[in-house]
Design a protein around this ligand. Structure first.
Ligand code: ATP
Ligand code: MG
Length: 470
């Protein structure tokens, strides 16, 4: 029996006589997307033919009355079986939240076929508490996306090398120690240098997008003092604040109230990939600088918020309308108005921020008023002091093991010290300049200076309020 069978009437071509319920039933019979309607207990009340075919059943009526979790057999993208009760699908159904996911493979009843699916949970509201689950085969779509990503990744990788070389030689031409040029040539070369830097960044962003999309870029979290590390990373933008006459304030505070140990703990710790965090802050602070007219204000603030670390970047810039705010985290989305048209950009920055924050199991969102300014919030999982201590010791041990195993066996005679590679002279034939690799974790930790592992104990004392907080 179909969902709309009560009212079923033959469909005829007279528009006025067409029964809409019958039409709806017919649409569900013919669409390629699987549709299940489940009740509050998870029992299937209706299934369309595509749902039966995709799950490996002969007819949709066979699904009626069964528990949806028996029908939706899922695997992860790498083929590991997944219990539905441990998924976001289950949570969305239980908590009445809408969900869209492209994470899973659907396995048919006899396991004779599996397909990548885009699955949605749609709560219908109302007294019956029904939910609609839809799923669609996206195997071909994913294959096309992979081919596209592969192309972008290869093209940007290939182009980064000559661009880095151009950038390097322009740098040499502009350096008074390696070249002599007149004032006019300097002006031209500076413009070319800055354009080549921009191009280099763009290729890097494109490469990162494809790596993040296919999960090749993995986070390597290390335990850090959140305030210290964010303050140091944000401070690398000080020259840009000054160049644009922007008033910058860094602040750190604790929420008031609450007797949870984490609330009264004076230090705020987290485990993050430092390269990811640097990219996140560079993009958010870079945007704040770019979209705030000279003379404006920028705040970067870090605080513990229960079991989260909350970082915000606030500006008094041009702001974002509610309509655009819903889209700014999408790939290549740029707000199009008279102000933004004069400011360059690709629309990749916030997409990369979102991908990286999510890879760190966090969340990013924004609050903004058009014409008044914006605040971007990043919330990341927080470590308690004891978790931080444990991870720091483990991390230090790990580093020691790595150093130990990387150290060469003691040579009989002392090895000659390698001479530094000679700098190419402008007269030399152009060669590819080395592209700076991302730092190793150990180097990055040293560069931003996380709180050194303190075996045993963490000093007490409150976080210094360095400037105003919002
Ligand atoms: P890029 O890829 O170089 O970062 P972009 O800055 O244009 O280019 P995003 O950082 O992804 O791209 O930002 C998307 C859009 O969101 C921007 O084009 C801009 O319109 C808007 N936006 C982002 N941050 C701010 C901000 N702090 N204030 C006002 N608008 C902003
Ligand atoms: Mg940007």
């Amino acid at each position: 029996m179909g969902l709309f069978s009560k009212k079923q009437k033959p469909i005829n071509s007279y528009a006025g006589m067409v029964d809409s319920a019958a039409l709806a039933q017919r649409a569900l019979d013919f669409i390629a997307e699987g549709v299940l309607l489940i009740d509050a207990g998870g029992m299937i009340q209706f299934a369309n033919p595509a749902a039966a075919t995709m799950t490996g059943y002969d007819s949709s009526t066979m699904l009626t009355g069964l528990d949806y979790s028996l029908i939706l057999r899922l695997e992860s993208a790498d083929g590991a079986p997944i219990e539905i009760s441990k998924t976001d699908i289950y949570t969305a159904i239980k908590t009445n939240q809408p969900l869209t996911s492209r994470e899973y493979l659907l396995v048919s009843a006899q396991a004779e076929h599996r397909m990548a699916i885009a699955l949605s949970v749609i709560p219908t509201g109302g007294t019956h508490d029904f939910k609609i689950i839809t799923f669609r085969d996206i195997t071909k779509e994913l294959q096309e996306e992979n081919e596209q990503a592969e192309f972008i990744s290869t093209a940007s990788h290939e182009m980064r090398t000559p661009v880095a070389s151009i950038e390097g030689y322009l740098g040499l031409a502009l350096n008074p120690q390696t070249a002599t040029i007149d004032a006019r040539a300097k002006q031209y070369l500076e413009a070319a240098h800055s354009a080549s830097q921009h191009l280099g960044r763009l290729f890097k962003d494109l490469l990162d997008v494809t790596k993040l999309d296919d999960k090749r870029l993995k986070a390597h979290p290390v335990p850090v003092d959140a305030v210290e590390v964010v303050q140091k990373l944000a401070a690398t933008h000080e020259k840009e604040f000054m160049a644009k006459n922007l008033h910058y304030t860094f602040g750190a505070n604790e929420p008031t109230g609450g007797f949870d140990k984490k609330h009264i703990e004076p230090k705020v710790y987290m485990a993050v990939d430092l390269d990811f965090l640097r990219e996140i802050l560079d993009n958010l602070i870079g945007n704040a600088i770019k979209y705030t007219p000279a003379g404006g204000q920028i705040w970067v603030n870090v605080r513990g918020d229960g079991d989260k670390v909350l970082i915000n970047v606030t500006d008094t810039g041009i702001g974002i309308s509610a309509e655009d705010a819903a889209h700014v985290f999408q790939k290549f989305y740029r707000v199009d108005n008279s102000q933004t048209r004069q400011i360059g950009g690709t629309g990749l920055g916030l997409y990369l921020v979102k991908q990286r924050v999510e890879a760190l199991h966090g969340r990013v969102w924004l609050e903004s008023a058009f014409g008044q300014g914006s605040t971007f919030f990043v919330s990341l999982p927080r470590l308690s002091a004891s978790e931080y201590e444990r991870m720091s010791i483990a991390e230090a041990n790990q580093r020691m093991i790595q150093q130990f195993s990387a150290a060469p066996a003691q040579p009989a005679q002392s090895a000659p010290v390698a001479k530094p590679a000679a700098m190419p002279t402008p007269a030399a034939q152009p060669v590819a300049m080395p592209i700076p690799n991302s730092q190793t974790i150990a180097q990055a930790v040293a560069a931003v200076g996380p709180a050194a592992p303190k075996p045993g104990i963490l000093t007490s004392g409150s976080i210094t309020q360095q400037g105003g907080t919002q």
